[in-house]
Design a protein around this ligand. Structure first.
Ligand code: HEM
Length: 439
């Protein structure tokens, strides 16, 4: 391992930047180190006390209540939704290519697709947003862009000034629209639920229809049998919509970029998918297929290493934290844990800038610390949606490579870390439809 590298970042609070596995192990594993709220405070009016932003007892009780929402029994039927939303996106790509637009901004197309599938998984609502404008989806895209913009404008960090600006007013308006949508779904669902026997009603529904996240949230109870309030359900649903769309879209856009730059890996993935779906009609990815795409999974992981969608997380020390070399991070200091830095640390990852999926060959991961690869963070506050995200990325990537060849754009994209890792001016790739069946 290299020397611990502690970079000090100049902010109103004392901050420390960590990128070495040994240094942050205590910090991410410890429940004593909650998130630094300065980092996330701009999201609060939108996401309320959802899992991402809540703390203390509320967070731990909700985390326990929400964990079953990501159980594989709940996720399994979502795979159909992922296939469907991907098919809609591909139909649009084919149409655009036939009209002469062969260069597409992956972020734009894939964000709409991930929003489309999330809206179905969270609310069972089909807004058809990939085909026609949707007010609700436009509001989510606007909120995400406004939060990222506000981060860059230090003089607008105080609420008082921000809400006087046109952006602040736009933010308020979009928040209202998104909340009204979520509230309406919750009210409608409550109206149709029988007063008694909610559990039986939903259990029966689960046998015939896909349970969406709203159903699961309505079903959740804590140890004392207490249910979530409507406000809590709204906060959790809005959090899933926010946290689940951009991150997954970033992961997918960058893996397509990496495979465009490495046609040999792209072709190997394609062959794996073709082999899996041989003689199958319709060509659809099913839940059990997800474990049968080992090379494609390695390609996704290596891309999440090289281009982690979330580049940095922060924790505030509520007590002194002792580093392995004896140095102490004092109580009150905010630590920025650099996921990007960890994934590019040359003492853990030789030639860190090289895209090499074989780093994730089971033979090669044995010697590595599990904390060397943390795209979904680690410890008790890790990403609750990681199985959802990995399933969606596998379905979308497999179907995309089955139907299209992706090629690099003339210009090399420049990484642009905002709330998530983007590319300056979008991530443009050339797509070429392939014939329906391999010859
Ligand atoms: C490739 C896709 C994704 C990546 C890279 C990712 C990454 C992360 C990371 C790094 C965190 C920790 C944030 C922090 O500590 O400040 C996190 C938390 C979280 N993620 Fe994800 N995420 C992804 C997809 C999703 C999806 C699809 C959902 C939901 C449907 C989701 C829901 C959440 C929630 C609710 C939290 C907060 C968990 C808590 O604090 O208990 N994420 N995610």
């Amino acid at each position: 391992m290299s020397e611990p590298s502690l970079g000090f970042v100049c902010t109103p609070q004392p901050r420390v930047l960590l990128r070495n596995v040994e240094d942050y192990v205590n910090l991410v594993q410890a429940a004593i180190a909650p998130k630094d709220m300065v980092f996330y405070s701009f999201l609060k009016p939108w996401l309320g006390d959802g899992l991402l932003l809540s703390a203390g007892d509320k967070w731990s009780s909700h985390r326990r209540m929400l964990t079953p929402a990501f159980h594989f029994n709940i996720l399994k039927p979502y795979v159909k939704i992922f296939n469907y939303s991907t098919n809609v996106m591909h139909a649009k790509w084919k149409r655009l290519v036939s009209e002469g637009s062969t260069h597409l901004d992956m972020f734009e197309h894939i964000s709409l697709m991930t929003l489309d599938s999330l809206q179905k998984c969270v609310f069972s609502f089909d807004s058809n947003c990939q085909e026609k404008p949707s007010e609700y989806i436009a509001a989510i895209l606007e909120l995400s862009a406004l939060v990222a913009k506000r981060h860059q404008q230090i003089f607008l960090h105080t609420d008082f000034l921000y809400y006087l600006t046109p952006d602040g007013q736009r933010f308020r308006r979009a928040c209202r629209l998104v909340h009204n949508f979520t509230d309406a779904v919750i009210q409608e669902r409550r109206r149709t639920l029988p007063v008694q026997g909610v559990d039986d009603f939903l259990m029966t529904k689960a046998k015939t229809k896909t349970l969406d996240f709203i159903d699961v949230l309505l079903l959740s109870k804590d140890e004392d049998g207490k249910q979530l309030s409507d406000k809590d359900i709204r906060a959790e649903a809005d959090t899933f919509m926010f946290e689940g769309h951009d991150t997954t879209a970033s992961g997918l856009s960058w893996v397509l970029f990496n495979l465009a730059k490495h046609p040999e890996y792209q072709e190997r993935c394609r062959q794996e998918v073709q082999e899996l779906l041989r003689n199958r009609e319709p060509q659809e990815i099913e839940w059990d297929d997800l474990a049968k795409l080992p090379f494609l999974t390695m390609c996704i992981k290596e891309s999440l290493r090289l281009h982690p969608p979330v580049t940095v997380i922060s924790r505030c020390c509520t007590q002194d934290i002792v580093l392995p070399d004896g140095r102490v991070i004092p109580k009150g200091v905010t630590c920025l844990i650099s996921i990007f830095g960890t994934h590019h640390n040359p003492s853990v990852w030789p030639d860190p800038e090289v895209y090499n999926p074989l780093r994730f060959d089971p033979e090669n991961i044995k010697e590595r610390s599990p904390l060397a690869f943390i795209p979904f963070s680690a410890g008790p506050r890790n990403c609750i949606g990681q199985a959802f995200a990995m399933s969606e990325m596998k379905v979308v990537l497999a179907l995309t490579l089955l139907r299209f060849r992706v090629l690099p754009h003339e210009e090399q994209p420049r990484r642009k870390p905002e709330l998530i890792l983007r590319a300056e001016g979008g991530l443009w790739l050339r797509v070429e439809p392939l014939s329906a069946r391999p010859q």
